[in-house]
Design a protein around this ligand. Structure first.
Ligand SMILES: NC(=O)c1ccc[n+]([C@@H]2O[C@H](COP(=O)([O-])OP(=O)(O)OC[C@H]3O[C@@H](n4cnc5c(N)ncnc54)[C@H](O)[C@@H]3O)[C@@H](O)[C@H]2O)c1
Length: 412
């Protein structure tokens, strides 16, 4: 009999449901548990898994019960950022008390809210003795993986390595209030989404087969701004949608961020990653755009350049939905559709990879140490934006640094 991995999810929100849907394309794993403080939501996520024949999944009473269950072999940690440490402590405590054991723990991006918390995550994972994964779906996007392979095999092998990667992730703003609150989330769009772009750019610039640190970050320069959501009319709208805790006239977060990260490769050649993220982009929906440039070649991807497009005349007056694309903004006119988002954004291949690693007892290559360094780069980007200068990586005292946005002292 093939071994199977029994998975338990912590959190039952947006990303858990995305992951669950992607598991229809993953063999050798069952979704057997969900824990979330809201039992009704946990039950609903478990029912989704069962309805897709991925179960049998149950809603558990506590993290401890789920980890202790003999049905659960691995945890996918998908709670909100401000509960990351607390959730992980509950897992590790249960393992160390001998009440439960796990093969692996996979943690959603960003690893934590700041560098000190990211280090704490690493310490807890080391204490647990479990295999560990950092859930960065975009490194598994089929277009990114295929494009990188072909570029490096054909073009870079003959004409020299790529030198510039550009990655951008943009949409019109997150779905839940906590994302908009700097203290809970860890920052604004930079902390929420630049982690993806930083890792994608680095992955493209790294020669396949070489380790991540074959290229080293040396300098970071960044800008953050609140372009849209602290305008009085939009701050008011945001408060109406997200509740009174989200007050962008008093405590804004950045809704735009850009960073340039300078790397050197193992031969001392300079490389550049240009990354841009925004919550102030109004297009059809989420747009991931990526480029890789080298001396005689280039590659480009834009997820909104999808093969499928629909046109709805003004007579088609439907309700607002997200059935065409994540963070959809319109239901009329000419609209792109991302037909299989769980595959196209990388979730299917990501979950297949981590399931196989955990079943085989193999430490995943994308893990909490990558998440830690990515957090350190993001914090250096905040430092650069606050100090309006280029900052050498890694700055000292990074572990004591909390971005002004997270402290609630940043002025847009
Ligand atoms: N890979 C990606 O592209 C991607 C996309 C979205 C979110 N995420 C990440 O996934 C995580 C969850 O985001 P989301 O969009 O699902 O948020 P969400 O708000 O939709 O869902 C969060 C879930 O956590 C639950 N929760 C509340 N308190 C909790 C606690 N104390 N412990 C554990 N869970 C608790 C909530 O009930 C909810 O079910 C975040 O870290 C976010 O950054 C990643």
């Amino acid at each position: 009999m093939t071994k199977r991995l029994g998975i338990g999810f912590i959190g039952s929100g947006f990303i858990t449901r995305f992951h669950i849907q992607s598991f229809v394309a993953v063999r050798d794993a069952d979704i057997r548990g969900v824990w979330s403080p809201n039992k009704k939501h946990a039950k609903s996520a478990a029912e989704l898994a069962n309805s897709l024949r991925l179960g049998e999944a149950n809603a558990f009473k506590s993290i401890e019960d789920m980890v202790a269950s003999p049905d659960i072999d691995a945890i996918w940690l998908c709670g909100p950022n401000h509960k990351r440490i607390e959730n992980l402590e509950a897992i590790v405590k249960t393992i160390k008390s001998g009440k439960g054991s796990l093969k692996g723990i996979a943690i959603e991006k960003p690893l934590a809210r700041n560098a000190a918390e990211a280090k704490k995550v690493v310490e807890l994972i080391e204490e647990s003795g479990c295999l560990h994964g950092y859930l960065e779906d975009q490194l598994f996007e089929p277009g990114i993986v295929k494009g990188r392979d072909i570029i490096w095999q054909r073009a870079a092998a003959l004409t020299g390595r790529p030198y510039l990667a550009r990655a951008a992730e943009e949409h019109s703003g997150p779905h839940m209030p906590w994302f908009w609150q700097g203290d809970l989330q860890g920052g604004g769009v930079l902390n929420d989404m630049m982690c993806h772009s930083v890792e994608v750019a680095r992955f493209l610039l790294t020669e396949p087969g070489k380790t991540r640190n074959s290229i080293k970050p040396v300098k970071v320069s960044a800008t953050i701004e609140s372009l849209k959501w602290s305008r009085p009319e939009y701050a008011k709208l945001l408060r109406k949608r997200m509740g009174k805790e989200v007050n962008y006239l008093k405590r804004p977060s950045e809704d735009f961020a850009r960073a340039t990260i300078q790397y050197v490769d193992d031969k001392g050649l300079p490389l550049i990653a240009e990354v841009t993220t925004s919550w102030s982009f109004v297009g059809a929906g989420l747009r991931l755009s990526t480029e890789l440039l080298g001396p005689e070649y280039s590659m480009m991807i834009n997820t909104l350049d999808s093969g499928l497009k629909l046109f709805f005349s003004r007579e088609v007056k439907g309700e607002a939905g997200e059935d065409l694309v994540e963070k959809q903004n319109a239901e009329q006119g000419l609209m792109p559709v991302v037909a299989n988002e769980t595959a196209d954004y990388g979730y299917e291949a990501e979950n297949r990879y981590f399931v196989n690693c955990f079943l085989d007892g193999k430490q995943p290559e994308i893990n909490v140490y990558d998440g830690l360094e990515c957090t350190q780069l993001l914090m250096t980007a905040y430092m650069s934006a606050e100090q309006e200068r280029t900052v050498a990586f890694k700055p000292k005292d990074l572990d004591k640094y909390i971005p002004a946005v997270a402290k609630g002292t940043w002025k847009a």
